[in-house]
Design a protein around this ligand. Structure first.
Ligand code: CU
Ligand code: CU
Length: 352
């Protein structure tokens, strides 16, 4: 199947799913790694294409997409449900000038991640998780990041925000076994991101080196009942520079199996970041509801009251909404191909 494209996979997998309820082609890929012999393609399984593991979608017309089984979150070392609310303020201290200091230890490592059941992906990850830690500080605070590279490849941490050029994580490549300390004042408030800026850039990002970076306004955001972070991305599991699966926060379809539970009338804020590689755009569509959208989160005036937002790579924004009626509501990329390939989840809304 090595010359089969992603779109051909879609057609094949729809047939395969009907026949075998399987996305086992992910495992049987033999496409060679293009640019890095350190990577390994997924290992063929004895069961071949019809081994009953991996994604299932469109198995029967009219059914919702889902997964056949679950990945081993413990072995992965991270769980998308936890990542939703895992805001990391680091180790805090007060500097002599009165500024609050946030210190972080972040390491880039190579790690096998089970992205769909039975499919291992040779990722590069900050602190072993995809996305990396959600760094959250307040505007005007001091941020100090002790970055170490435990990977065989050079990496950096490039932050979006306002900071000096020598703290931009572009020119100072951090070699294997070496470290670098990034330090700057946090500005402006909003939802930002960080990612590796070593070359080839697309590869270093696609492999998993990215995360959300939230700067709260000095006087805080208006109070809400729930705050969630969602980082949109994908995995190129056969190294053909196209994504085979799409998701938010690491694992395709995770929030279909584990819906996000809220109550009617509760206010929700989502910090949404798009770092998807290879595809030019991504989107977020909320079912049976509308949200206020704040591009980059740098203004308290929403740009739009909508049920759908499109982001290019590196774009991000804040969504705020509440559900009026109880029920199960999908959220997904309105690029429906991405939705079918994993970028789909559910809000489970109960009566307050
Ligand atoms: Cu890198
Ligand atoms: Cu960037």
């Amino acid at each position: 199947m090595k010359d089969v494209t992603r779109r051909a996979f879609l057609r094949l997998s729809a047939l395969g799913a009907m026949a075998a309820g399987s996305f086992g082609w992910l495992k049987s890929s033999t496409a060679p790694e293009k640019t890095d012999h350190h990577q390994t393609a997924p290992t063929p399984s004895p069961g071949g294409e019809a081994d009953g593991t991996g994604l299932v979608h469109g198995a029967m017309p009219g059914t919702m997409p889902g997964v056949n089984g679950e990945v081993d979150h413990q072995a992965n070392g991270f769980n998308p449900t936890d990542i939703l609310t895992d805001f990391d303020a680091g180790t805090q201290a007060v500097l002599p000038n009165g500024q609050t200091l946030h210190e972080y230890q972040i390491a880039a490592i190579d790690k096998e991640v089970e992205v769909t059941p039975g499919v291992m992906y040779p990722a590069w990850a900050y602190n072993g998780r995809i996305p990396g830690p959600t760094l959250r500080v307040r505007e005007g605070d001091r941020v100090r990041i002790h970055f170490s590279n435990g990977s065989p490849h050079p990496h950096t941490m490039h932050f979006h925000g306002i900071h000096p050029g020598n703290m931009d994580g572009v020119f100072e490549l951090v070699q294997t076994g070496e470290s670098f300390t990034y330090e700057f004042d946090a500005e402006p408030y909003g939802v930002h991101l960080y990612h590796c800026h070593a070359s080839p850039l697309a590869k270093h990002i696609a492999k998993g080196l990215y995360g959300a970076f939230i700067i709260d306004p000095v006087d805080g955001w208006p109070t809400v009942d729930h705050e969630f972070v969602m980082v949109m991305h994908g995995f190129d599991t056969n190294f053909d520079d196209e994504n085979e699966v799409y998701t938010v926060n690491g694992i395709p379809f995770h929030y279909m199996i584990h819906p996000i539970r809220i109550k009617t009338g509760e206010t929700v804020r989502i910090f949404l970041v798009n770092i998807l590689e290879f595809d030019p755009i991504n989107s977020f569509h909320l079912h049976a509801n509308f949200f206020n959208y704040y591009p980059t989160g740098t203004s308290r005036t929403p740009s739009e009251f909508t049920d759908m937002v499109t982001q290019m790579q590196g774009q991000r924004g804040i969504l705020e909404f509440a559900y009026k009626y109880p029920g199960r509501y999908m959220f997904h990329a309105h690029k429906t191909e991405f939705a079918d390939l994993g970028w789909t989840g559910l809000f489970e809304v109960e009566d307050a």
